[in-house]
Design a protein around this ligand. Structure first.
Ligand SMILES: Cc1cc2nc3c(=O)[nH]c(=O)nc-3n(C[C@H](O)[C@H](O)[C@H](O)COP(=O)(O)O)c2cc1C
Length: 412
């Protein structure tokens, strides 16, 4: 590790028109800190704490671009009524010296927590395994009109994010959500120009990105989160991810965040380790619909031992193939990892679990770079996206439930 490559991570970073104070980005980790689609005081304090702790930019997870694009019932969907509450969060982050991005997405057929009384929109039609337990049995292939409408939803959503004071949007194209349902051959069986080759499968997500960039790219950063690999043999692999990355580069992305795996079929791949079934059952309950779904997928999942920088081999192949800024994600645990990421030519370091464990990790590393993250990869935090008090690392003081029941702007 060279001192200068580590120091680079603390230099200001440009993402489109926005300058971050450093290259550390908090990954989107579903906070469960919204009620009836409105961010709570807990959400505000969560992101403010990360800003105080030194991250260049935090990411508010999973904001749907329309109501039926939510996976879970309380998730935020973009509409003018929610803008002032989102603004309360972005103002608090800015006052603490940080920046904040909105992860915008649409679940497509991955709606597991609410019933939608019509077949769900996706790349292709058929039985919808992901939604079976909550009654969303069928999905249908989006037609031209649906696609035009969806592009509009993303553009209008991004415009509302600008109004709400966000510094960037991260369009989620990974993990099995709608745009990933186009990119991945696991869902996309289309025979038109939006299906077949990897070039065709990314055509619609690239259209969305281009339209968002044209609409708001002069005011905020436009990022996309993609899969480097789906983690399943019948999914998309790194050669296809390279095609995806090139296409999004041509569409004008300011930065790509390189993740992997699919929420239903290969969640262990996203986390480079097995789920913590015990914590899941404790929080969710064994006999709830989600509990049954989680337990049945966990039974067939391979047992994987955590390894630092577990997406390194995939991500470096993408780094070699494109020139746009790239953000490394997956198993960052130490300043040695950070230096390696900078030396590998990545522009940003994205962390999820390490920052849930220690929201002030970036500041701590500035003072004490030799001590690695205290996150032990127990993956209990994943269970707490279903807890009424919101996301939590079990090694930290518990969240106050009341703060997750009042809107963000309400003083507590
Ligand atoms: C509790 C939890 C919730 C997550 N929720 C989301 C999410 O809403 N959207 C998303 O894109 N990724 C989500 N992720 C994945 C992270 O963004 C990230 O890709 C993953 O945790 C790997 O990074 P890490 O090794 O630094 O934790 C979540 C991760 C965790 C631990």
């Amino acid at each position: 590790m060279t001192r200068s490559s580590l120091a680079k991570a603390w230099q200001p970073l440009q993402i489109g028109p926005v300058t971050l104070r450093n290259a550390f980005i908090k990954a989107a980790t579903n906070e469960n800190m919204a009620r009836k689609g409105v961010p709570t005081r807990a959400m505000l304090e969560h992101h403010r704490e990360l800003a105080k702790g030194g991250v260049g930019m935090s990411t508010m997870a999973y904001i749907a671009v329309e109501k039926t694009g939510r996976t879970l019932a309380d998730q935020i969907w973009l509409r003018s009524a929610v803008v002032p509450e989102l603004k309360a969060v972005t103002d608090a982050v800015h006052e603490a010296g940080g920046k904040i991005s909105a992860q915008i997405t649409h679940a497509g057929s991955f709606v597991t927590g609410t019933f939608v009384p019509a077949p769900l929109k996706s790349a292709s039609s058929g039985v919808n395994a992901a939604g079976l337990l909550c009654g969303n049995v069928l999905r249908r292939a989006m037609n031209r009109r649906d696609m035009d409408e969806m592009v509009k939803r993303f553009v209008e959503g991004a415009q509302m994010c600008v109004e709400a004071g966000f510094d960037a949007v991260e369009i989620h194209m990974g993990h099995g959500y709608l745009l990933n349902q186009f990119i991945s051959p696991m869902d996309n069986r289309r025979t038109d120009e939006y299906g077949g080759s990897a070039e065709n499968r990314v055509r619609f997500p690239a259209r969305v990105l281009r339209a968002v960039k044209e609409a708001v790219g002069d005011r905020i950063g436009v990022l996309a989160k993609i899969n480097v690999d789906d983690g399943r043999s019948r999914g998309a692999h790194v050669e296809e991810a390279i095609v995806t990355a090139k296409s999004l580069q041509d569409a004008g992305a300011d930065m790509l965040v390189l993740s992997g795996g699919r929420n239903v079929e290969s969640n262990w791949f996203t986390f480079g380790s097995s789920m913590n079934l015990e914590a899941m059952m404790q929080v969710i309950g064994k006999w709830t619909l989600t509990g049954i779904a989680v337990a049945s997928t966990a039974r067939t999942a391979p047992k994987i031992a955590f390894k630092e920088l577990y997406f390194w081999d995939y991500s470096t192949q993408i780094r070699a193939a494109v020139t746009l800024p790239l953000a490394y994600i997956g198993g960052v645990k130490s300043t040695a990892n950070v230096a390696q990421i900078m030396e590998g030519g990545f522009e940003a370091v994205v962390m999820g679990r390490a920052l849930l464990r220690e929201p002030h990790l970036v500041r701590r590393w500035q003072d004490n770079p030799g001590v690695p993250s205290q996150c032990d990869n127990c993956n209990s935090c994943l269970a707490y996206i279903y807890h009424p008090a919101g996301i939590w690392c079990i090694h930290r003081p518990a969240n106050e439930l009341e703060k997750n029941q009042i809107p963000a702007s309400k003083m507590y």
